[in-house]
Design a protein around this ligand. Structure first.
Ligand SMILES: [Zn+2]
Length: 378
């Protein structure tokens, strides 16, 4: 316990030193940062029961590794490096091998990565890769793809980039295979997300009391949502980007052909999830609120996605909660991945029409849906 407190104090002092440095020091940091590696992301993957942690940087780095006991922690100190804003500082991992990874600016020139693990000295392997995507890779457990798990000697600074020579080239090849094997990457980075702005072109969707068209709300929300998700490293596929039909037959397509075209885009792209964005409507203009739908015979993941998006969206826009419902909507039935349809709120209700048509409303809606997606991926 005392050691943990000591470690925390050291970290705290390090941070305070950084934060209290003020203007001139900030300028000095900026100059110094030119020569330092920027840590741009941390990714965690699980495959075949093994855990892989990847720390991305903008250039090859040198690091030292050590092991602390009680509890067991593998510590990687990356030299001459700083952490870019937006990098997740702590990730909890649902694995018997590794429970968490944290990253912190240990001192002005050192980034410290701490991995809480249950594996002994022979059970993990750390190496760095140069090339187009410089990164430090930490494998825990028996690594898939046949990489030797013999640990490198502790405390030895590791060469990186082209200095790695032949060995580096060999690991690069293996690593590309391993990257594909990672089945669970935590966070939005690397996710492929299909967003379907409901209606479009000759199909205006529902129309509000003052004439706001559903097709315009859904495209505005979807464009903003795309921007937010891409900023967090996701790949986003929109089924339409303009005020058009999706089917090549355009306005001549039947409604099934039109919806089929939307599913086809998501299925062909092999998207991780599919979200169709709509606004609700009812003859009684008092009715309001937010609903998320998934296919009646849909998967538990689809339900979880619907719940996550609905909850986060309502947190963001404060609408009445109409719950997660099942349905046979074509787009949630004929998509191969976890799929939902979200009815943001009622365009037939004057207040909700106004909210969905406002710039602030569109931003809040997109933020809410994006947060829900992030929650879903954990
Ligand atoms: Zn609709």
């Amino acid at each position: 316990m005392r050691r943990i407190i000591l470690l925390m104090s050291v970290l705290l002092v390090g941070f305070m030193g950084l934060m209290s440095a003020g203007g001139t020091a900030e300028a000095a940091f900026h100059d110094r940062a030119q020569d330092m590696a920027k840590i741009t992301g941390i990714r965690v993957g699980k495959a075949d029961g093994n855990v892989r942690i990847v720390v991305d940087s903008d250039r090859p780095v040198s690091y030292r590794q050590s092991v602390l006991a009680n509890p067991t922690r593998v510590v990687i100190d990356v030299q001459d490096a700083w952490i870019a804003s937006g990098v997740k500082r702590a990730v909890t991992i649902d694995s018997s091998l590794v429970s968490a990874v944290r990253i912190a600016q240990f001192n002005p020139t050192t980034v410290r990565i701490v991995v809480e693990t249950s594996v002994g000295k022979g059970g993990y392997n750390v190496f760095s890769l140069g090339g187009g995507k410089p990164r430090i890779v930490m494998d825990f457990g028996k690594a898939p793809g046949g990489i030797k798990t013999t640990p490198l000697p502790a405390q030895r600074p590791q060469p990186s980039g082209s200095d790695g020579g032949e060995e580096d080239a060999r690991q690069q090849g293996d690593d590309d295979t391993l990257d594909r094997d990672i089945s669970k990457i935590i966070g939005l980075k690397g996710r492929k997300i299909a967003i379907d702005p409901g209606h479009g072109g000759s199909d205006s969707g529902a129309i509000g009391p003052t004439g706001v068209m559903e097709k315009n709300v859904t495209i505005r929300v979807s464009r903003e949502l795309k921007r937010l998700l891409e900023a967090e490293g996701a790949t986003v596929i929109l089924t339409r980007t303009g005020d058009t039909e999706v089917s090549p037959k355009g306005a001549n397509a039947t409604s099934v052909e039109e919806l089929e075209a939307r599913c086809e885009i998501a299925n062909r792209a092999n998207a991780d999830i599919f979200i169709s964005v709509h606004a609700d409507a009812f003859t009684n203009r008092e009715v309001k609120g937010t609903t998320a739908y998934y296919y009646t015979k849909g998967s538990a993941q689809s339900k979880r996605l619907a719940d996550s998006v609905r909850t986060a969206l309502i947190d963001s826009i404060g609408t009445l909660d109409r719950g997660t419902q099942t349905s046979n909507f074509y787009v949630v039935k004929h998509t191969d991945m976890p799929a939902i349809l979200v009815e943001i709120s009622f365009i037939s209700n004057a207040d909700e029409e106004r909210m969905m048509n406002s710039e602030a409303g569109v931003k809040k809606i997109a933020r809410g849906i994006a947060d829900g997606i992030a929650d879903y991926f954990g």
